[in-house]
Ligand binder design. Structure first.
Ligand code: AMP
Ligand code: GLY
Length: 428
């Protein structure tokens, strides 16, 4: 197979690395890719939202399968465009991608199909939203309806906080058109887990659960980021809990989307809160998570191209996923200032001294210029340690971290820490 992977992050590096290990792949392309993906794929200089040129490229090269990493091209309808030309592509259509691209749509869908989630209200009128939050109890969660690169969520502790968040979104348009509509929902108390499932629109094949670390600082402090680290599997998500999430969330979501005539094909990402009243959905995403994917794929024994093929051909019922009996932990190295302002172009030292037996290095925002690796994004590198014990997997990642240097490097030093100290907010 000739496969084109769309994206340029650590998630896409992990996908390319895993595909390259399989037996079905003759040739890999990545658009636009990064300096790490370059080891596995031919880089194609086309932006992820330039759908005309991606389509032209796939037709010219007779690509057998295109895999879409990020949500933006999915929300723009890349799958619809490729399928109209009879090209095979892994990911949901534009209508199905609304489960991520509109939080109001996702909430209305969950209400209709009785999928457990926080209670909520949707507003398009700022005065009404302000009136509602005046009479509410706190904390409350305020969310921009549209895509906001993981930054469109604000937890308000009191009316003043809610008022500020609502005005930022609806009046100042901090997230542009994404904030024209907002969701206000109850604050859920519990432990977060990311539960992914492959689906061909009918069958559901869940992956092992993982946990992201969204805040920039240790002990979950500071602003939200795209994700500063992840590990898998997650000890507090028991087999019983995984079964509940499959029965209460994943299966009814896939069945419901089919009933809505928006069949969901690709990877369904359920961002879960495990509460004392059972699992509840915080949000859905319509694609792999970053950095959860970097922790998950090194543990997957099954050939990823076989699964992608089964998803696009509607034969997922015949497949199973096999996993290593081990843990993986991913530590993200980010640019100084991230998730706020940061500078690109800092030289990254030490990458050549790392062996695959130490830890896996997945590039996020990097580029290669004049024989040097340079930073090229907020999240720069993900280091993944794998071991039969979670603590040792984490230790491997941090030992390798010491070898990598770039000006302004920041990282969290507590990835996975809660899992072995059992310092969860809530343990079922
Ligand atoms: P989202 O983009 O919807 O995943 O939200 C980003 C982060 O905000 C989540 O990972 C949670 O940490 C937090 N969050 C979102 N919604 C809620 C909620 N209803 N209750 C508690 N925390 C939430
Ligand atoms: N790690 C969170 C996300 O991919 O949305």
């Amino acid at each position: 197979m000739k496969i084109l992977v769309i994206g340029s992050g650590g998630r896409e590096h992990a996908i390319c690395w895993k595909l390259a290990k399989g037996s079905l792949v003759d040739k890999l392309y990545a658009a636009p890719g990064n300096a790490g993906i370059f080891r596995h794929a031919e880089l194609v200089n086309i932006r992820v939202d330039d759908i005309d040129n991606l389509l032209r490229f796939a037709m010219e090269k007779n690509i057998d399968l295109t895999v879409v990493g990020p949500e933006v091209p999915l929300a723009l309808g890349i799958v619809d465009r490729f399928e109209a030309e009879r090209l095979k592509i892994f990911g949901p259509t534009k209508l199905a991608a609304e489960i991520e691209a509109s939080k109001a749509y996702a909430k209305q869908f969950m209400r209709k199909y009785h999928i457990p989630t926080a209670s909520y209200m949707v507003f398009v009128d700022m005065k009404e939203a302000l009136r509602f939050v005046k009479g509410s109890s706190y904390p409350l969660v305020i969310k921009a309806d549209g895509l906001a690169a993981g930054k469109g969520v604000s937890v308000a502790k009191n009316y003043e906080g809610a008022e500020k968040a609502i005005k930022n979104m609806m009046q100042k348009r901090q997230f542009g058109a994404a904030g024209a509509k907002i969701v206000v929902e109850d604050f859920l108390v519990g432990e977060e887990a990311s539960v992914f499932a492959f689906t061909d629109g009918k069958s559901v094949l869940p992956l092992i659960p993982s946990q992201d670390h969204k805040r920039v600082g240790d002990s979950d402090t500071g602003p939200n980021t795209g994700g500063m680290g992840a590990y898998a599997p997650v000890p507090f998500v028991s087999e019983k809990m995984q079964k509940d999430i499959l029965d209460l969330v994943l299966e009814p979501t896939v069945a419901g989307m089919a009933e809505e005539r928006r069949p969901f094909k690709g990877l369904l990402y359920a961002g879960m809160m495990i509460t004392d009243k059972g699992p509840k959905v915080i949000e859905f995403n319509c694609r792999f998570g970053d950095p959860e994917t970097q922790a998950l794929l090194p543990l997957l024994k099954t050939d990823l191209a076989v699964i992608f093929h089964a998803v696009v051909n509607g034969t997922l019922a015949d497949e199973v996923l096999e996993w290593e009996d081990a843990y993986a932990a991913c530590v993200i190295l980010a640019s100084g200032g991230y998730p706020g302002e940061y500078e690109n172009g800092k030289e990254i030292h030490g990458l050549r001294d790392i062996k695959d037996s130490d830890a896996l290095v997945f590039h996020s925002g990097t580029k290669f210029e004049a024989r040097r690796f340079l930073t090229n994004g907020g999240r720069v590198i993900g280091i993944v340690g794998v071991d039969e014990h979670l603590e040792s997997a984490v230790a491997k990642a941090y030992e390798t971290n010491e070898k990598i240097r770039f000006e302004g490097k920041q990282f969290r030093s507590d990835i996975g820490y809660k899992a072995w100290t059992k310092k969860f907010k809530f343990l079922p």
